[in-house]
Design a protein around this ligand. Structure first.
Ligand code: HH2
Length: 260
């Protein structure tokens, strides 16, 4: 899944897309390089990010969604939003999935997904982007994330979203320390077994990489490290959310080819 951030402030690729035609060109490239999904986000969720209004989010998103639809690209589109009205408008244009970092906290979002029969990614987050990295705290991070995702699945199903439409994500970096992130990445087989839904994982260029390396490394220099991790995750998740599609594809192909 290639990431297309339509935001001026995303942590690794913010401000790249001034006009819809530029996004369509990058989307074509990502598809050529191996992306089968594109995830469009119009609100940054990096730690400390400023929330945007529904109007702002739609102003960034809709022209691009319409341009992508007009281009009829052979790819499924997901929209990264936690707001019901944004999800409704995106689904009306015809996107295949809503990627919700708030795991269906907005009942209007769940209703919109159910009404369109679309897919829904429920991601775990402790707290809110503005403050989530201040002091993340768990007694048992893996058990608590599994329980929270199971509760989110029940909420989505109660709102009419089919279980088969759900994809789950442990939310790497969302209210988690380095130790929490590592525990969750090691526990992906357990998440898969206990939750019995496809997993989506996003580690691309995230700040636990320099933390684990114990050295500074700007987001633009984190692709090699990201791909070494992608190779390890390839057999435990259905979707990897990545910025550098070509490198991630190669890493996964090599790892799966060798059989790791
Ligand atoms: N990570 C980010 C945003 N959305 N969605 C899911 N399901 N999983 C993730 O791990 C995830 C996500 C953060 O990365 P990015 O979009 O590159 O940055 P920003 O939030 O600053 O736009």
């Amino acid at each position: 899944m290639g990431v297309l951030n339509l935001t001026p402030d995303s942590f690794s690729d913010g401000g790249r897309f001034a006009d819809p035609a530029a996004v369509v060109a990058v989307a074509r490239d990502m598809i050529r390089l191996g992306a089968t999904w594109l995830d469009l986000g119009a609100e940054s969720s990096r730690p400390g990010a400023r929330p945007v209004t529904v109007e702002e989010e739609l102003q960034r998103l809709l022209p691009v969604l319409r341009a992508l639809r007009a281009a009829a690209l052979p790819v499924r589109i997901s929209v990264d939003t936690r707001k019901g009205p944004v999800a409704s408008a995106a689904l009306a244009v015809g996107v295949a999935m809503i990627n919700d970092i708030a795991a269906g906290a907005d009942p209007q979002l769940l209703e919109a997904v159910a009404a369109h029969g679309a897919a829904l990614c429920l991601m775990h987050m402790q707290g809110e982007p503005a403050s989530m990295q201040h002091s993340p705290c768990y007694d048992d991070v893996v058990g608590e994330v599994i329980a929270a995702l199971a509760a989110a699945m029940r909420r989505a199903e109660a709102a009419g979203v089919a279980r088969e439409a759900l994809v789950l994500d442990p939310g790497i970096g969302f209210g988690k320390t380095l130790a929490h992130n590592l525990a969750l990445l090691r526990a992906l087989p357990r998440l898969e077994a206990e939750l019995d839904r496809p997993l989506l994982v996003g580690i691309s260029r995230k700040s636990f990489i320099p933390a684990l390396l114990e050295r500074e490394l700007p987001p633009s220099d984190r692709d090699l490290a990201s791909h070494l991790i992608h190779a390890q995750l390839a057999s435990h998740c259905a979707l990897l959310r990545v910025h550098d599609v070509a490198g991630a594809r190669d890493a996964c192909r090599l790892a799966l080819g060798i059989g790791s």
